[in-house]
Design a protein around this ligand. Sequence first.
Ligand code: SF4
Ligand code: SF4
Length: 308
Amino acid sequence: MKDYAVLIAVFLLLFGSIQLEVSGITPPSLGYVFGGVVIAAGFFAYRRHRSAYVRSMLGTVVGVQLLFQVVLPYWIFSQGTALNLTWPHYPDVLWATGYLALYYFVLSFVVVPLLVLLFGRRAWCSFACMLGALAETLGDRYRTRGTKARALPRGFVILKWVTLAGTAAVTVPALAGHIEEVGAFLWFYLIIFVFILRALLSLAVNIICMPRLGTRIWCRYFCPQGLVLGLLSRISRFALIRNVDLCKNCGVCNQHCSMALDISGGPAVNRSGDCFGCGVCVEVCPRNALSMTTDIATARKKAETLRV
Ligand code: SF4
Ligand code: SF4
């Protein structure tokens, strides 16, 4: 019960701060509240882990969030909007005005895809995305609950395609300048995107259901950004490597994966596209059989050698 009380309080704090920010009462409120949650939860997560990689990942998550949520937008540029937002997760960033629109276009269609191709999906989904940061810090103690979400029908993943199609459907007319002319269209956007997808699913359900369904429900079943980045990650330089000589298929790694991936039963060079590179499976493997790489060619050669 205590866990749920804390998570409901976090949700209410975040939701309330968004309302204050949207209404223009205290513009940096979301950045400050979110930053406070990530720092506090990141501290406890840091103490829970021993691996240098996981610890440095958690430190980076907190640093990147503060930089893009508060320091750059409010303290340096005084423009008042978080800078770690991208299409298709936040379609409205594309109809920002002035240089900000150009920034979000370049971030969404050039910088993030490039980073993912070079470093894998972790470049965005572990470090830069707000929901990813919440999952890695606040959700750290619920990583093992991810497997429980297997109870949800696998077919739910089709919902990611639905949200992506919906995003495309609102983006095209909006960029053509029609969204403000058609009131019904604007209502559709507010109800589906702002209320159902953002407030209800990506915030309320995603946070409050962590103890029951794990930390990445939104990422696994709904996020259109995750869908696109997952496809890119499959052809990226990043891979999770399992040394098949050392691995005894004990399944400890599987229990700790917040994406409920089948690591022990997967290929030696795993490029599933769903791995966030959190490094926790590598940390908990009792036989040190797992590692991560961004040198896919060498990793493949090593895997071939091990099979011989
Ligand atoms: S899948 Fe979506 S919500 Fe999850 S970390 Fe990636 S971009 Fe963020
Ligand atoms: S496979 Fe390992 S590194 Fe990837 S998301 Fe799962 S636990 Fe994290």
